[in-house]
Each structure stands twice: as structure tokens, then as C-alpha cells.
Design a protein. Sequence first.
Length: 211
Amino acid sequence: MTQMVIAGLVLGYALGAIPFGLILGYLSGAGDIRKIGSGNIGATNVLRTGRKGLAAATLLLDAAKGATAVLVMAHIDAAPASSNWATDGALAAAVGALLGHCFPVWLRFRGGKGVATLLGVCLALAWPVGLVCAAVWLIVLKVGRISSVSGMSAAVLAPLTAWVIGQPRMACVLAGLAALVLWTHRANIVRLRQGTEPRVGSNARAGPTET
């Protein structure tokens, strides 16, 4: 069990720390996205380049790296007859992926805010949790047009949904990851309280939130 947890953390961190937003920015000719907007490597900051396709690709890849880490460890760690993918290794991979995305060693521990990667992790651990989180994220974003609110709402709903479907261990892990996402959004929370948090589509350099 200990070996699987360590393996999950290492694999998750290695995949989570891949800065897809930064890589895609360079490959597309958009340059270093850390030099625009909030300086974050997430999809919302990539959107400030004016390239919606590039932002969408960043979002999908950031989600995919979290899902991949969980699925790989779930297959390695799962008992042959088990249908429960929330194994110790898979849960550790989920934690590692979020830590890698938010604190990538290659970028001096300055990464994204974890929302997209958390969505990918949730889809891989239990698809009902992932679907609920994705739906909440999309609905809140559509209604309020504030990226940080939609991301934090989805993160908070993740452990609650896991608990409802009878996955208490998963719920505990997701609660910790939700707390991490809220912490990475601490500046956004301050702006929300001050009424200065910009909406999606407003001033592109205001720096609301990144995924």
C-alpha cells in the first residue's frame, strides 16, 4: 500500500507538473503567457491571448493529465475483480496531480489554480462526481460569468458529491483538494469581497482566475 501511494504521488506530480498552457503558448507563437494578464499558466490566462482554441486545448490537456494519472494508478493498483477505482494509488495520484499543477518544480512552484486538473481527476475517480462538477462549473460560469466562482463552486461540490454516492474515502481526499483550490484562489476571494473581480470577457489583463 505504501509503495502504491508513493508511486501515485510521484506519477501524479510528474504528469500534473506538465505546463501545457506555457508549452502551447510557445508552440502557437503566442509567447510566454506568464508575461500577460495574471502571469498564470492556466486556461483562463491563455484565453487572454485572444485564442479561444488555444485556451480550450489547455483546459482539456490540464484535465487529461489529472485523469491519466488516476487511471494509470487505478489499473496498476486495482484488484482484478474490483470495480472500485478509488484505490490508494489512484487517490494518491489525484493528490500528486493537483500538487504538480499548482506547484510545478520546473516553474519555481508557480503553476495554475487546479480547477481543470481537479475536474479531470474527478471524472477518472468516479464519473458521476466529475459530471456534477463539470455541470456546476459550466452553469455557474454561464450565469455569473466569473471564472473564479465557477471553479470554486465545482471544487466544493466534488467532495459532497463523492460522499452522496457512498465514497467517504474519496470524499475526504477531494475535500483536501478543494481546500487547495480555494487557497490558490485566495486573491480572487479578496476581489470578490471587494466587488472588483472581473467577469469573463471583460478587461483581458485584469487577472481574474486561472484553471
